[in-house]
Design a protein around this ligand. Structure first.
Ligand code: SAH
Length: 215
């Protein structure tokens, strides 16, 4: 599955230039028996299968040294929600070990024993952690120096100032009877900045009041 979509466009170019790198490991290489089984039925019964703790631990121990300083993350809907702030923190750090779950989930004991930190990309359930890991990686990679066209294009985005981003416009000046707002055509930088700040606040109040500071 990897690098998948991360091999294209901005992240793909950066990958090819060595701005970031990716090493993938297949948990199945540490599976048991002829079929390289990595899962088993859940203790206590119920649907689905569970990723075995011994198999995942063997896969981790074979590729991650015990003194490896990189955070060990497990993609999981039960995890702490991924935020722009966390993406910034991870992008500034030494990298990450990312475990992608499958099946019903992962045996709790390996999460504890290998101190895996659960991270969620949102309140919905995917069938595997790979796409979630790609989302996490993409959010970090685009923040690395030299990945985005203009370095400043990261600073004004949604969530960066605690607000959603203001609306964008480009040519033509009039389209289907709709005009570009006057403020943006005024050439008055202070007025433009004020308009954008107000629009960002309006949008955030309407769509994501939870992002606004509690008063
Ligand atoms: N039974 C689990 C869901 C398992 S989904 C539960 O109810 O919590 C299978 C795998 O997909 C998970 O192990 C995880 O790695 C990944 N996954 C699913 N949804 C995710 C999400 N919102 N964020 C991050 N990873 C997710």
């Amino acid at each position: 599955m990897f690098p998948g979509p991360l091999g294209a466009s901005l992240s793909g170019d950066a990958l090819a230039r060595g701005v970031w790198s990716l090493e993938t490991k297949n948990i199945r290489d540490h599976g048991h028996g002829k079929h390289r089984a990595v899962d088993d039925t859940p203790a206590g019964g119920g649907p689905g299968m569970v990723l075995r703790c011994d198999v995942l631990a063997a896969a981790l121990d074979a590729s991650v040294a015990s003194d490896d300083a990189r955070p060990r993350l497990l993609m999981s809907p039960r995890g702490k929600p991924l935020t722009q702030a966390r993406a910034r923190e991870l992008a500034a750090g030494p990298g990450a070990i990312i475990v992608c779950g499958r099946f019903e989930g992962v045996d709790e004991r390996v999460i504890e024993a290998r101190a895996l930190e659960e991270i969620s990309i949102g309140d919905y359930v995917l069938s595997g952690g790979e796409i979630a890991a790609m989302v996490l990686l993409d959010s970090c990679v685009r923040l690395l120096t030299g990945v985005m066209g203009k370095d400043e294009s990261g600073a004004e985005e949604s969530f960066e100032g605690g607000l959603l981003e203001y609306p964008h416009y480009t040519r033509p000046r009039e389209w289907e009877g709709r005009q570009i707002p006057d403020a943006l055509l005024s050439g008055d930088h202070a007025r433009i900045a004020r308009w954008r700040r107000e629009e960002a606040q309006k949008l955030t109040r309407a769509r994501r009041p939870d992002l606004l500071p509690k008063t």
